[in-house]
Design a protein around this ligand. Structure first.
Ligand SMILES: Nc1ncnc2c1ncn2[C@@H]1O[C@H](COP(=O)(O)OP(=O)(O)OP(=O)(O)O)[C@@H](O)[C@H]1O
Ligand SMILES: [Mg+2]
Length: 267
């Protein structure tokens, strides 16, 4: 018998765990909205663990076809053989299917989600001429980053209205500090400095940045600190660098880093 792996580390920020579990139990599909690096993927992993369901994740992109999701005939030893796609596997196995960045997928791809996302819970497989009823336990979860796409690429209303939405923002400072301590293995004081820097960058709103500093980049900075880099070096490499290519904005961020990282070993 296999031993259940430990729960993926996830600290709740609000009532998202209750909403997810309630929606899942009621066979409602779920859309997670939020900026990059705020914990959406980690959250779904923790929920799949709590609900004891396998998790099948698909990263969506604009070349994704219905066949990529549902399945296709492949040549195998001179014969054609049907191979289930990840969505079909999830439907058959009663798994949680997580479609990451679903707005990246074309609408003709996502129409296949409609009968699955609503009360019908069915997946039509045209190539096989069959319609599958989702096995008990199947759950559909999609995510998207509302900041990225144009109105055109926005989710269709008919898709949206079939789903329960959970909004993700960045964790509160105390929660984020806890996450940094756990994920990067740094002490509370260092974690608190990084969180304050992150908060300051987030207050810049746009300030020439497409995205603000996520929990993910703060963790990366923490990991560099854990490896022995100074806090300033770590923040420049893991926070400022990934956020912008613009030299003026980079200088601005470097100044902020110097203010927020009181580095004794100034470099
Ligand atoms: N509430 C949280 N509890 C625990 N860890 C968290 C939390 N929020 C963020 N993290 C950490 O932040 C990292 C980034 O989160 P994650 O990969 O889940 O982001 P995401 O929202 O899925 O981003 P993307 O939209 O880019 O896929 C995780 O690896 C995890 O370490
Ligand atoms: Mg993710």
């Amino acid at each position: 018998m296999s031993v259940k792996p430990p729960r993926p580390y996830y600290v709740p920020v609000g009532n998202e765990e209750q909403v997810f579990k309630a929606a899942y139990r009621q066979n409602l599909s779920i859309v997670l909205k939020g900026p990059t690096g705020c914990g959406k993927t980690r959250f779904v992993e923790a929920m799949a663990h709590d609900l004891d369901r396998p998790l099948i994740t698909v990263a969506c992109h604009d070349d994704l076809t219905t066949a990529d999701l549902v399945g296709r005939f492949l040549l195998h030893g001179g014969e054609t053989e049907w191979v289930d796609g990840p969505l079909t596997r999830a439907v058959r196995d009663g798994a949680i299917c997580y479609l990451d960045e679903v707005v990246e997928a074309r609408q003709d791809t996502t129409v296949v989600l409609h009968p699955l996302a609503d009360h019908r819970r069915q997946l039509p497989i045209e190539r096989l001429g069959i319609t599958l009823d989702a096995a008990p336990g199947f759950g559909l979860v999609v995510s998207y980053n509302p900041g990225y796409q144009s109105v055109l690429k926005d989710l269709k209303d008919s898709t949206r209205q079939r789903m329960v939405a959970i909004d993700f923002g960045f964790p509160t400072p105390d929660v984020e500090e806890k996450i940094l301590v756990n994920e990067a293995r740094i002490d509370h004081e260092r974690a608190a400095e990084l969180v304050r820097l992150g908060q300051a960058i987030r207050r810049l709103e746009t300030g020439g940045l497409r995205e603000v500093a996520s929990t993910r980049v703060l963790i990366a900075a923490g990991q560099l600190i854990a490896e022995g880099l100074s806090a300033r070096e770590a923040a420049r490499a893991a926070i400022a660098g990934p956020l912008t290519d613009d030299s003026t904005v980079t200088r601005g961020l470097a100044e902020m880093i110097d203010v927020y990282m009181p580095d004794s070993t100034a470099d």
